[in-house]
Design a protein around this ligand. Sequence first.
Ligand code: NIG
Ligand code: FE
Length: 387
Amino acid sequence: MLSTLVTGMAELITCDGTGPDGLGRRDRSALVAEDGLIGWIGPASQAPACDRRIDLEGRSVVPGFVDAHTHLIFAGDRSAEFVARMGGESYDGGGIASTVEATRAAGEDELRRLLAHRVAELRRQGTTTVEIKSGYGLSVTEEVRALRLAGEVTSETTFLGAHVVPAGADRADYLTLVTGEMLAAAAPYARWVDVFCEPASPHAFDEDEARAVLTAGAAAGLGLRVHGNQLAPGPGVRLAVELGAASVDHCTHLSDADVGALADARATTVATLLPGVEFSTRSPYPDAARLLAAGVPVALATDWNPGTCASSSMPFVIALAVRELGMTPAQALFAATATAAASLRRTDVGRLVVGAPADLTVLDAPSFTHLAYRPGVPLASALELPG
Ligand code: NIG
Ligand code: FE
């Protein structure tokens, strides 16, 4: 087992919950990685001898980002839809059908190649843990195929058969399929179940339909996640809280009652904000400051998908959160790491502590604040440890 000493850090942010904002900031520190795990963290002056040494020469280290909401398994391109939106069109989920068509038409090797390319792109931007949803298959075999491929790159796989009602299908029949045969086939490949609960979209699912999907998923042993309150006020947040979901995502249009329900459920349900979506759909941003003031745990994710956010960049999301959602740089970093991990009910990732995976993200900057201060600059990348 080879050990690596990581030293020369301007700033080490552990997000271990200590110190101001829970950032666990350490100056003049070093870290030892051994067999992929963190073996030691302490003052650089007391660093033990190691087999190898990486001198970061004044760069900073933060926990690898946890992107807990993506739709990475897809083929095709919807850039024309984005261009139309920038010209004034609005988003209602109707474009999902074209991605379903392109994804079904793609061979397995092609999907695997696209996925590997996307995961490598995430790492180059500092993301080391990723959740991946199905939802562009919408048939038993296609949803299983997507989850099987996702499972080759992450343990955080989410069954999203209830993304939209596929073209030509009867709503009630499709719901029976999703909660029955499709769920049974998908469950062995999935950790989570998710539903696009959005009564404002003719393509998505209303409260009763979403409840049926989530209760069936829970009965099949899956944890719960919800797409809620994205396009308009609606029942998604309250349903997620009622059913004990680990995360409710988007949270763009919230009533005071929604915020109160999330605050009461703070030990169970995380509010995951996806500001890349509002950027890419030219929509009003969610209000992170309002949620944080109420004591709601807030996570950040990309939602990387071909329709509403084609950005894979957590640094971009952090910069948006600071500029547009009312978060401080410290809150945004914590949301993109430790709280994002909590939204996956994980404590082993999203923070740098002894015994945890050595998922280090290096910033070519003297401080993590540069993530928001220098938007669009490729400062962050996952550290590839030797051997
Ligand atoms: O999270 N809102 C529903 N699903 C995705 C968008 C999917 C798509 O448009 O392809 C989202 O925004
Ligand atoms: Fe999504």
